[in-house]
Design a protein around this ligand. Structure first.
Ligand code: IMP
Ligand code: MG
Length: 182
């Protein structure tokens, strides 16, 4: 275990995240009035944000998960995506809301949307905690966005560096110096 296990730098506080999750949950409740929704979380990063948003959706909600990851190095996204866990819920004729931690290049998400559409859902929308539009490669846009972030390496509130820092109760970021000290 290295010495660094917390990052004291708060980019977005828990309070701000909870406030935004409440707004988005209420918006989703309005947008889908009288409908059922399947909230499909992308493992593992979306877990904390998903939990905050779904508590504020006042509809008939089912939860499911999908795990997908890009092949290749972390800096050069190959666009080739591997699915590790498939959703078990029936998606046919359902309103699906994909819950993401962050939309970066958008490659993973566009793959997930394509896969999902093979199951003929009624509708597909995307809700993401963070959006990094400066890095976008795929032509994809989230419908509900918590916060826009600059081109930083984000950790915390579900997001990891080498599987660490997911449990930080705020959104932070790592600098190159931080990474060298890990
Ligand atoms: P994309 O396919 O490039 O849009 O990103 C796929 C996944 O990479 C995201 O869902 C995150 O799990 C991860 N990711 C992208 N940017 C960051 C970051 O800044 N910190 C941690 N994980 C990230
Ligand atoms: Mg993710």
């Amino acid at each position: 275990m290295s010495k660094v296990n917390t990052v004291g730098r708060i980019l977005i506080s828990e309070e701000e995240i909870l406030r935004r999750a409440r707004e988005i949950g209420q918006q989703i409740t309005k947008d889908y009035k009288g409908e059922e929704v399947v909230v499909l979380g992308t493992l593992k990063g979306s877990l904390l944000w998903m939990s905050d948003v779904v508590k504020n959706i006042n509809l008939d909600v089912k939860l499911d998960f999908i795990q997908a990851s890009s092949y290749g190095s972390s800096t050069i996204s190959s666009g080739v995506v591997k699915v590790g866990y498939e959703p078990s819920e029936n998606m046919y004729n359902r309103n699906v809301i994909i819950m993401e931690d962050i939309v970066d290049t958008g490659n993973t998400l566009s793959y997930i949307v394509k896969k999902l559409e093979e199951r003929n859902p009624k509708s597909v929308k995307i809700c993401t905690m963070l959006d990094k539009p400066s890095r976008r490669v795929s032509d994809i846009k989230a419908d509900y966005i918590g916060f826009e972030v600059e081109n930083l390496f984000i950790v915390g509130y579900g997001l990891d560096y080498d599987q660490r820092f997911r449990n930080l109760p705020y959104v932070s970021y790592l600098t190159e110096e931080d990474v060298e000290a890990l």
